[in-house]
Design a protein around this ligand. Structure first.
Ligand SMILES: Nc1ncnc2c1ncn2[C@@H]1O[C@H](COP(=O)(O)OP(=O)(O)OP(=O)(O)O)[C@@H](O)[C@H]1O
Ligand SMILES: [Mg+2]
Length: 319
């Protein structure tokens, strides 16, 4: 929502312990989101068959149908009839100040979901553990280890809620660790690990640097820096990190090396930056290739071309 004015003009000094405010807003925009759904959506649109795992409320039917039409398998979703699907509500004023609330709702029950019956009989290449209730994140990481399925650690927004042992537990032995720069520093501080200790404990460490691109560090400490794909306009940054993750994993799964995968991921992230919301982006193969060539040179674009064409050849919307 948008409040045409300034929040700060409505707080009365000396009366803050009795705050009673209602802001008449001039805009309400309802968008699909959630880290797991965002990542799964982009994997689905890029031709993969992700299985979404998470807890939702009785109101999920429309969202389920949207995700399924975009290639997401929702059979790992737990529906809690007595709760609502998690929801983030945010009002921004004219100064870009924000007042927001996050209602976890059904998310409280996500630790009740067991991975074993979901992956049973399926060829699951990777479990990505994103931000959720800490108990669920820990349980699903432990289950992936026990099942012998490689896992990606992507704790993002939940890092402040995790203690040192929990942080170590979520990350140790991960095939991939995704963070942004700030989250990496927070993780290092919380775990007490030096950067080289962290490096040795994960397969690949991917740190996104916003407009600065991304940094990939392999297990031996070898660093690769990948520039971002410059956006034509920034409409809405929500979900860029999620899009990057999905693009990167599709790149690797298609046989690209980590540098080319990050270049492909940057193109997908920029498509999200140029659209409103996290699940409204579009990408056209020829235009995408031209932008890859501009950002990384023609040989790099040619390496990515078959992957890009194949990923986008899958029907984006299933009937
Ligand atoms: N201003 C920008 N210009 C170009 N690319 C960007 C920009 N911001 C983000 N990106 C792309 O998106 C990727 C992820 O961005 P960022 O590091 O901001 O993630 P994040 O902080 O996790 O974002 P969020 O959690 O809000 O989705 C970057 O590595 C880059 O490729
Ligand atoms: Mg993020």
């Amino acid at each position: 929502m948008h409040f045409p004015g300034r929040f700060s003009e409505n707080f009365v000094a000396g009366q803050l312990d009795r705050v009673s405010l209602s802001f008449l807003v001039d805009d309400l925009d309802v968008r699909r989101g959630g880290v797991a759904a965002n990542i799964a959506f982009t994997l689905g649109v890029l031709g993969r068959r992700p299985i979404l795992v998470g807890a939702v409320g009785a109101d999920f039917a429309d969202y389920r149908s949207w995700l399924e039409r975009h290639g997401v398998d929702c059979s790992g979703v737990l529906t809690v009839e007595t709760a609502h699907t998690p929801r983030f509500t945010c009002t921004t004023d004219d100064e870009q100040c924000q007042i927001a609330s996050f209602y976890p709702g059904a998310m409280d029950r996500s630790a009740d979901i067991a991975l074993q019956p979901i992956v049973h009989g399926r060829d699951v290449a990777l479990v990505l553990v994103g931000a959720s209730m800490p108990e669920a994140m820990l349980a699903h990481t432990a289950q992936a280890r026990a099942l012998g399925i490689p896992f990606a650690a992507d704790p993002s927004q939940q890092l402040p809620r995790l203690d040192a042992d929990q942080c170590r537990d979520l990350v140790d032995g991960a095939a991939y660790l995704f963070t942004n720069e700030y989250e990496l520093q927070l993780l290092l501080r919380k775990t007490g690990w030096a950067e080289r200790d962290l490096t040795a404990r994960v397969g690949l460490r991917i740190t996104t640097l916003g407009a600065g691109g991304s940094l990939i560090v392999d297990n031996a400490g070898h660093e690769t820096r990948v520039a971002a794909v410059p956006p034509k306009a920034i409409l809405d940054p929500t979900g860029v990190g999620d899009a990057f993750r999905a693009g990167f994993l599709v790149g690797l799964d298609s046989g690209l090396d980590s540098e080319a995968s990050a270049q492909f991921a940057s193109l997908v992230a920029t498509a999200v930056l140029e659209s409103t919301g996290a699940q409204e982006w579009t990408l056209e193969p020829d235009a995408g290739l031209a932008r890859l060539a501009d950002a990384y040179g023609r040989p790099a674009a040619e390496r990515i071309e078959p992957v890009l064409r194949e990923a986008l050849a899958a029907p984006a919307v299933l009937s």
